[in-house]
Each structure stands twice: as C-alpha cells, then as structure tokens.
Design a protein. Structure first.
Length: 140
C-alpha cells in the first residue's frame, strides 16, 4: 500500500468470500517471497507446534505423528533464527544455507554464554526442567 499513487472509486461492488480472514491471508503472505529460503523439520507434532509458530514464519505441515515441517522465506535470517531459538522443541534446518549459518552462530553464542555462567557458579550447575507449556523451572 505504500506505493499507491492514486485510487479510483468504481461503481462495481465487491463481496468478500465467505469466512475470509484478511489478517490470516496477510500473515500467510508475509512468510513467502523473501530472498532467503527456510525449510525446517521440528521434532514435535503439528498440533503442539502450531500454537507456538506464528503464520508469518511459514507454512507448517505434518510429516508424521511426531514431526512437522516449516517452509517459508525470510529477509532477515538473524531475526528468523532468534524466533526459532525461542521454540521449546528441537528442530533441524534442512534447507536455507543462510539460516543454517545464523542458527549455528546464535547456537554457539548461547552455548558460550551457558559455559561462562557455569564456570562462574563454581561448579554448581542448575538442573532445569521444562513443563508441557514450555515453562522452565530451575532446581538446585
């Protein structure tokens, strides 16, 4: 819409399709057409992942009862990798060398931060557990 130079009102009317959700359609389109391809396998059922993955990240499809696939594109692999890091499920990048690179760099940064914290704690490592809602509970 930012490139519309003029608009003209027409006599013809328009009826939106039944059950048309303009926000959902916009979100679906935000996940495609960018310069960097995204293709992932998530090690969780589609139903569990669908509530945590916004449509703007891509299209989810079930692979089997325990895994699903996320396909889309992004203009910013760093932002996309950060969104993936927040997911409470394991995943693998199977397509998109730019995303694979950024996931690796961010993963290494997170691992280094954890190692740094462990060395400062004097060897007292916390045992974490994650409940079904993705909430982390630290136990010492």
């Amino acid at each position: 819409m930012d490139r519309v130079l003029r608009a003209e009102v027409l006599d013809a009317g328009f009826a939106a399709p039944a059950l048309f959700d303009p926000v959902a359609v916009l979100e679906e389109h935000l996940a495609v057409g960018w310069e960097y391809a995204v293709d992932l396998v998530l090690d969780a059922p589609l139903e569990a992942v669908a509530v945590r993955v916004p449509p703007a990240l891509g299209r989810l499809e079930a692979l089997d009862g325990d895994r699903c696939r996320l396909v889309g594109s992004t203009g910013n692999p760093w932002w996309y990798a950060e969104q993936l890091a927040a997911l409470p499920v394991p995943f693998r990048v199977i397509g998109g060398p730019e995303l694979r690179h950024t996931v690796k760099v961010i993963g290494e940064r997170l691992l280094a931060a954890a190692e740094d914290q462990e060395s400062r704690s004097g060897g007292r490592e916390a045992a974490d557990s994650v409940d079904g809602n993705g909430t982390r509970t630290e136990q010492r």
